[in-house]
Structure formats: C-alpha cells, structure tokens
Design a protein around this ligand. Structure first.
Ligand code: ADP
Length: 642
C-alpha cells in the first residue's frame, strides 16, 4: 500500500515484506479480539504507518473508527502505548471497552480511588499494561514521562488532537503544552487523531506537536448512514414528538438554543410518555453526571440539551439528533449531528429552523461582542465578522435546496462526486417545488419594496396574507397593491418562503433587534424575471426510516429475518448484565450484534463466535448467558435466568 504523503525512502522496501506479515498478523488479532471482519481502508493505512514507527495524523469523522488506529498496533507491539485524552468520560469508555474484550488497559485520572490508582501503578511497573490513558496534565507531571520510558513506552497517541489548535472550536490550554513531547521523546512515534477537519486546524496540529515527516490521512467526511431533513419549525413539540415516535424507544438527542427551552420541551415530552430529561450547563454537576449515566445505562431515551451536552458521550446507538433551532455554524451542526449513528446503522438528523433563529443569534453575537469590547477585549470586534459569516453559511444550508450531504462534504473541503445521496430531504424528493415559484417570489419581493424596505418578515407576511390588524391599518399597508396577494397560503408558509429568499441571498436583512428586509441585486433580478427561482415546501410527512435502525440493517444484510421479540429480550439481558458490571450496555454488545443474534439464533459457541462483533473473550465471558437467553426464548419461556 502506498501511503498518502509518503516520500520514497531508501531501505523502506526491505522492510515492506515484514510490514505485510505484521499487518496480516494484526488483522487476525483484531478479528479475534473485537470480532471485526477486517480493517477499514483508512485504519489499515494508519496502522501500517504506525507499525513503521512513523508519526501519523488521522482525521476521520465521528464513528470512523479512530480508536482502532492506535489500539490495534498496541495489541501486537511489545511495550506500552500511552493515549492522551481530554476527558475522563472518554477514557472510561475506552478502558471499559478494551477490558470487556480482554485487552490489558487502564487509566490514571483524578476521579479514581487511591487503591485503584495503586493497582494501576503496580500493573504499569510490572509491564502488564498494553494501553494507558492519561490526561495531558498527568503526562507532563514532573518525572512521569521518564518513568513511562523506563517501563517501556513504545508509542504515543493524542486523541481529540484539535484541542491543541486555537483555530478549532474546542481549544484547551493544557493541550498546548504537549508541544514539547516530540523533543522530549524523540524515539517514540506519535499518532494524533481528530474528527475536526478544516485544513487550517490540521496544519496547526501537525506543527504544534512538531510531528516529524508525518503521514497525513484524511478520511471521507460523508456519513452515508445519516439522513438529513430540514423543515420549517411550526409546532415544535408536535414536530419533535413525531420524530421520536417513529424511532420507538430508541436513543436520541434534541438540541435547543436556550436552557429554558430544554426544560419546557423535556417536560412536554415527558407528559407524552417519552423518557426525556433536560441537560444544560446551569445544572449542578452531580445532576448532569446523573443524567448522563441514565442516558448511557438506557434509563433515559431522549436528552433535551444545549450544546453543553456532547463531547464524551459515546453512546453509539443514538438513532436521531433533532435541532430545535438553528446551530451557529456548519461545523457545529456537523459535530452535533455526527453524534447520531456512530455504530454505522441508519440514523436521522432533523433540523427545525426559522428565520427568527438567525436574527436571535445575530443580535446575541453583536451584543456579546459589544460587551466584550466594553470590558477591554477589542479583538472581540474582529471575531464578530467571521462568526456572522459562519451563521450565514448555516442559514444558507438550512434555506437552500442543494443535497445536504453535498453541502456538508464540500464545506470541509472535499469533493462530492455522487449524483444523489438518497439520504436527505432534497434527494429523497420530500421537498416539492411550489407551482409558479417565480410569481410567488415576485409577489413577496415587490411587497418588500412597497413596504419601503423598512419592515421585517412578520409584517411583510401579514400584508401578503391580508391580515386585519390594527398595525396594518395604522401603517396604511392594508391599502397596498400587494395586500392579500398570497391569501391562499398559510402564514407559516409565507414566512418559510421569505426565509428561503433570505437564505438564497435575494433578500438582505439589516438591523439588530428589529431586523428589516431589503432587496439585494439578485433579488431585483428575480423580481424582474431575469433570474430563475424555485421555492420549496415539504411534500408530505417524511418517510419513516423504520423503527429500529439495527433491525432494519440486519435485514438488509440478507440473513434470516430478525425476531424483534428476541431482540428486545436480548436487550433486556444486556441491560441487566451491564448494570451488574457497572458499565454501559453498549460496551457488552452493540445493537447490530444483538440484531444478528436475533436473526441467526445461534445455539453453540462456534455459531456465536461467528457473529460480527463477538470476539473470543466475549464468547467465553458473555456467550453462555446470551446463548442461554436465546435457547430459553426459542423454547418458549422468556423468564430471565437467575
Ligand atoms: P471514532 O472514535 O472515530 O468516532 P470509534 O473508534 O468509536 O470511532 O468507532 C466507531 C464504531 O465503529 C465503533 O462502534 C467501533 O466498534 C466500530 N468499528 C471500528 N473499526 C471497525 C472495523 N474495522 N470493523 C467494524 N467495526 C468497526
């Protein structure tokens, strides 16, 4: 395999044969340990470079399988791999997952009891560990690096490496100190991993870490298993509940713009029988930890949150992410929707947006820039422009009619080559072109002109709708020639059309608290019928993607039909066993593996071990209980085993 960015180097070909053999050995180990069929292409390239002791930068989207890139070499390489991670929750998840698969892994954090820490130190000194997870502060503590080298540290992995960059959205000062690692441990290869992809951040990571002639591997940023839908927000609770209902009792996240809204929406959903809880930075930290635990342990299905909820939540079976309002930028939107379907199974992302969100964010950004400036941070003004630009790009995505996958992929600087994604409202034909779009658009634009380009969207919509309000009478706008021209359209639809005209750049918006509309150059062209335009409306209720993503996909893989009753039975067993062990259920088996059990209904250890997602350790450790539950279910008794 040729590596991206690799220069031909003398002597390397001698070792190539050795590398191939090691890669084959490693693939076999991965199969036996994790039950995976093989390596994904980017993983193979990252691992190959790691086995050659090269520095590597891996940029893969969420769910792309970054962990395996450093876990797999650690299985076959003698000595210790040290992984730097910014969050205890992330470390816990990794260590839990590895331990369940029989890999010697541990972490050192401030959250552990002292006897547990003592045991980790003992294992470390005795060379019993393959992987050790630490925070950057711990790694750089006086003398710790020397000790790691004494006990045989062979490789370093820096997870969430974008935290080192000022340009990223998640800068952490502790990460910046990792900059002298390269010098202090010149003999240890470094692998940096991140899901944040802008080229500027990538460059910044490589130079801040001082990576040496590093192999840069950038994966495909498309997430084909995610279906994107963007709808005008009309009746929030009803719209959110509809999405939740079509996913049964699956896990989901609803993002809100305000804390207040998370609480009222969670309450409204709970009133409809949904196991939902609010989450935001204003809650006490124990409360937040409890809610997170409930979500991981499947005691809560839906989290209604502000952006405070996310990093460190690795539940892979999140089947939907709903945005109850416009996110502040495409990067943030992509990060948040990326939390759906990490297991690779179908998942849905629904954005319920309104033009009002744009203005809310915009005036908030302007206000906070003014406040920062007044508080002696003059650079805040310079940050305002880019922030408003990012917001505008997001609004362009929401109001536009281009394939959603395509817009996202191109935003991250990658080329889109497919005709259709078959996984967004645009490509699925869920948006219908409005008949006589051009005429409708002209009516709206000329109404904006008649109103003197001094009124906002609500007022213009009222005029077009022919509303009988005091305000219209007193402004005399009930006498305009455009009054009542769109009488046959509901107000919310007229608002959605105005939003589309703004998103398409045909109408401009000015002003902070009372934004007003005006025509842009292209708006004038549309009004004069010199430019084509298509307005869209939702065609019908979106086609439900089917209840369980796991059940659907197991069916699509072509095995015997999945027994939905058995699947639920096994989910119950998984939940109970996870509770006994104090780990989240998904660390025992993923939904896809459970669906395969409910499809192939194995009777023996060999049949069980043949399923994707079952490694040797789990076949021994969990196999008897699951085989027992399958046999019991098939023999007609569904009582849980004692
Ligand atoms: P990331 O850290 O990039 O978000 P993870 O490392 O958490 O991704 O992996 C995402 C999912 O893909 C996990 O459920 C993992 O078990 C699965 N996975 C990773 N590599 C493979 C593979 N080679 N074959 C099958 N599943 C894999």
């Amino acid at each position: 395999i040729r590596l991206a960015g690799e220069s031909d180097r003398a002597g390397e070909s001698d070792r190539a044969g050795g590398i191939e053999a090691r890669l084959a050995e490693l693939t076999d180990r991965v199969r036996r340990t994790f039950g995976f069929e093989g390596l994904r292409p980017m993983q193979a390239r990252a691992i190959e470079a790691a086995l050659q002791d090269r520095d590597v930068l891996v940029v893969l989207p969420t769910g792309g399988g970054k962990s395996l890139c450093y876990q797999a070499p650690a299985l076959v390489r003698p000595g210790l791999t040290v992984v730097v991670s910014p969050l205890i929750a992330l470390m816990k998840d990794q260590v839990g997952g590895l331990t369940q698969n029989g890999v010697a892994a541990a972490m050192l954090t401030s959250a552990q009891e002292s006897d547990e820490l003592r045991e980790v130190h003992r294992d470390l000194d005795a060379g019993r560990l393959r992987l050790l997870f630490v925070s950057p502060e711990r790694l750089l503590r006086e003398g710790f690096l020397d000790r790691l080298r004494r006990v045989g540290m062979q490789a370093l992995a820096i997870d969430e490496a974008h935290c080192i960059s000022h340009w990223g959205h998640d800068f952490r000062p502790e990460y910046r100190q990792l900059g002298d690692l390269r010098e202090r441990c010149p003999e240890v290869p470094i692998m940096a991993l991140t899901a944040t992809a802008t080229p500027r951040v990538r460059e910044d990571i490589a130079s801040a870490l001082g990576l040496r002639d590093a192999v840069h591997l950038v994966g495909d940023f498309d997430r084909p298993n995610l279906t994107y839908r963007i709808l005008p927000r009309t009746d929030l609770v009803r719209q959110v509940h509809e999405v939740i209902r079509r996913h049964g009792s699956a896990a989901g996240i609803v993002y809100c713009m305000r804390r207040r809204e998370t609480e009222s929406l969670a309450r409204a959903l709970a009133g409809k029988g949904v196991r939902a809880q609010p989450y935001h930075a204003g809650l006490a930290s124990e409360e937040r930890a409890r809610i997170q635990d409930d979500f991981l342990a499947e005691r809560t299905d839906v989290i209604v949150a502000t952006v405070a909820f996310g990093m460190g939540i690795d539940r892979p079976d999140v089947r939907f992410v709903i945005h109850a309002g416009l996110p502040k930028g495409i990067e943030q939107y992509s990060q948040e929707t990326g939390r759906a379907g990490r297991d690779g199974l179908p998942a849905e992302c629904v954005l319920l947006a309104s033009g009002a969100d744009y203005h809310t964010w915009r005036s908030l950004l302007e206000r906070s820039a003014e406040e920062a400036e007044a508080a002696g941070r003059p650079e805040a003004r310079a940050e305002l422009g880019p922030a408003i630009q990012r917001l505008g790009e997001m609004w362009g995505l929401a109001g536009g009619a281009a394939c959603r996958h395509r817009v996202l992929v191109e935003y991250f600087g990658q080329e889109w080559t497919r005709e259709s994604c078959d996984a967004c409202d645009v490509c699925l034909g869920e948006l219908a072109a409005v008949e006589e779009s051009a005429v409708v658009a002209q009516k709206i634009l000329s109404c904006v002109v008649r109103c003197g380009q001094r009124y906002g969207a609500a007022h213009v919509a009222d005029v077009l709708r022919g509303a009988r309000t005091q305000r219209l009478r007193s402004s005399g706008h009930d006498q305009l020639s455009t009054y009542g021209l769109l009488r046959d359209h509901p107000t919310r639809e007229i608002r959605a059309f105005i939003d589309q005209l703004v998103a398409g750049g045909h109408l401009g918006v000015t002003g902070g608290n009372y934004p007003t509309l005006h025509l842009t150059r292209s708006g004038v062209e549309v009004m004069r019928a010199e430019r084509e335009i298509t307005l869209l409306r939702p065609r019908q209720a979106p086609r439900p993607p089917g209840r369980g993503g796991a059940l659907e996909s197991a069916r699509a893989e072509g095995g015997p039909p999945v027994d939905a009753g058995l699947f639920e039975h096994l989910r119950g067993l998984r939940r109970r066993m996870a509770r006994e062990r104090g780990v989240p259920p998904y660390l025992l088996f993923g939904d896809r593996t459970l669906a395969l059990m409910a499809s192939y209904k194995p009777r023996t250890r060999e049949e069980f071990l043949a399923l994707k997602g079952v490694g040797e350790r789990k076949a021994t450790d969990l196999g008897p209980a699951f085989l027992g539950a399958i046999a019991e279910y098939l023999d007609g008794s569904c009582e849980p085993r004692a």
